[in-house]
Design a protein around this ligand. Sequence first.
Ligand SMILES: O=C(CO)[C@H](O)[C@H](O)COP(=O)(O)O
Ligand SMILES: [Fe+2]
Length: 228
Amino acid sequence: MYQIAPSILSANFAKLGEEVDNVLASGADIVHFDVMDNHYVPNLTIGPLVCEALRKHGVTAPIDVHLMVKPVDRIIPDFAKAGATYITFHPEASEHIDRTIGLIKESGCKAGLVFNPATPLDVLEYTLPKLDMVLLMSVNPGFGGQKFIPYVLDKARAVRKMIDAGKYNCRLEIDGGVGPANIKEVAEAGVDTFVAGSAVFSKYNANDKNRYDTIIGELRAELAKAKK
Ligand SMILES: O=C(CO)[C@H](O)[C@H](O)COP(=O)(O)O
Ligand SMILES: [Fe+2]
């Protein structure tokens, strides 16, 4: 089943709870939560306190924590306590990938690995059976609103083959530059979970009350056209 995961990186942070409520009420499935540390990536965003605040505000949807931080391990228990559902990390940001996956699972969360556009997929040979999510970056990490990098579609096809061959219960997510113009093509490459930040939060006039219904509806209409 296809799932849409708006990235709150492009939301209005001055009224984040309301933004998340509205986008979920419009039919989004997952909250994509970008954590940047000004070290692994050249930008600084939000941490466990904000994740906890969303839970306290009443958000019950899955929260998909995309860690763009180095080191990774010491922040995992904090995000688990704060209510993360998925915790995904970049393999090059961890000294011991297997240990980090274990830490995420032991903390009660679902674990995922994130691959930058030019990062090879070789670590999946050993890790895929343990993963709940593979996240393919279709932009270089650090900022919203960048252009989709098309060669990532080949990576998506390759990961889809691996997941299907092993019959793994693992979602295949894509992140960066996804919107109504390309989501169908991305789905046809085997992706089932779609992060969209600027397409969801920045495209429409903030005064338009139905703007999230409109964009989520457009994304779903495109997905309905995708050939299986
Ligand atoms: O991880 C990210 C950037 O590092 C964001 O999730 C991503 O860029 C989403 O934004 P957009 O849909 O605007 O490209
Ligand atoms: Fe992200």
